[in-house]
Design a protein around this ligand. Sequence first.
Ligand SMILES: Nc1ncnc2c1ncn2[C@@H]1O[C@H](COP(=O)(O)OP(=O)(O)OP(=O)(O)O)[C@@H](O)[C@H]1O
Length: 319
Amino acid sequence: MSDCLLELTNVHLAFPSRRNWLGKVTEYVHALNGLDLTVRRGETLGIVGESGCGKSTLAKLLMGMLTPGTGQLDRSRLPADRPGGGMQMVFQDPLSSLDPRLPVWRIITEPVWIASRSSEKVRRALAEKLAQQVGVRPEYLDRPPHAFSGGQRQRIAIARALSAQPDIMVLDEPTSALDISVQAQILNLLVTLQRQQNLTYILISHNVSVVRHMSDRVAVMYLGQVVEMGETQSVLEAPAHPYTRLLMESVPRLDTPLGEAPQNTELPGNRHLPAGCYFRERCPWAESGCAVPQPLRRLTDNHATRCWKAEKIIAMGGK
Ligand SMILES: Nc1ncnc2c1ncn2[C@@H]1O[C@H](COP(=O)(O)OP(=O)(O)OP(=O)(O)O)[C@@H](O)[C@H]1O
């Protein structure tokens, strides 16, 4: 795919969770279990799924903080010589991600300055330019991060990410720690920056309305796999996987976060993975054909799902 910027193929990643008295690992938490994902240049790809499905593990893997156990993470189309290898991350809680001892102008330019030999004056000028781009007043840049409001701090975190000139920004719940009134401002800023700088976003969020508003495509995760992926409209309005359907039905209003596991969709333990389709034991449409592992199947050019009954389910209107 020519516009594909990043690709994950059949990625597995497990954390040791128990050891015997000799220190040998006797049990693993299987966080990612055959994850397939493509990210296209210039898009916003939303990642949704309930707590524990592997979203943060995926983000850490993308940022190089974890390596796949097996499978492939192809970053070859990203610039390896830039700080962060062309990828930067914006975290949920801006305060804990910003060094409290530094003035903001130093924080903003941190990613590029470690390896740079330019003068402090040049560094300051860059900080002021980035601050202007994200709507932080340059005259406040000598202050530490705790002197700013939550929304301003998130702007600072975005400026810091931009300083490294990333191709991709991983946005991990970028507005969920903010007041409702500020959330829209930050989302609008992200949209503007994306248009201006041709950025690609991977947006991790519990909030369906944020994902719907921001994303071109959506990937739905369940037990460390992508179970449905496609254009936002198709996936959220006409979900083809039984899990996505239950997830959407459990959201009474579209601005409600997917906080609690919806009824009948509680994640089974990821220490002992189910055989066949991982959703089988909770699926209202399950039958004997679901006892074998389900590959991602293409429904249309822009919609794929891990369910062999998807066409039937769509035809039945999910009933
Ligand atoms: N360092 C670790 N050691 C052991 N288990 C881990 C570790 N990190 C994550 N896990 C486990 O891996 C699974 C996936 O966790 P992850 O944090 O990626 O989920 P998540 O979808 O981001 O959840 P949340 O929305 O609550 O942040 C969970 O069962 C979690 O307990």
